[in-house]
Design a protein around this ligand. Structure first.
Ligand SMILES: [Zn+2]
Ligand SMILES: [Zn+2]
Length: 86
């Protein structure tokens, strides 16, 4: 099974990486995006950890939990303002 993300091609800006997730620029939306390395749903705490890291890196930000960009990995976008997506 070939998954684009697992190949981890650094075609966009990478803000942060650790063993659980990476924070990269989404090349469609041009905003930072958190992508978990797992192909399965990750526990809530991991989302909380990743969100805390985003606030550390980007300041006061919001998160768009609606998924669209990557089929195989849990992920979410980091946005500068609150939207209906929460
Ligand atoms: Zn993958
Ligand atoms: Zn995107």
């Amino acid at each position: 099974m070939v998954c684009e993300l697992c190949e981890l091609k650094k075609i966009t800006t990478w803000y942060f990486e650790c063993e659980d997730y990476v924070i990269i620029e989404c090349d469609l939306c041009r905003v930072p995006m958190v992508v978990f390395r797992s192909h399965e749903e990750v526990p809530e705490e991991m989302y909380e950890k990743a969100k805390a890291k985003c606030r550390e890196l980007f300041g006061e930000v919001y998160f768009r939990m609606w998924r669209s960009s990557i089929p195989n990995h849990p992920h979410f976008h980091v946005v500068r303002y609150k939207t209906v997506y929460k």
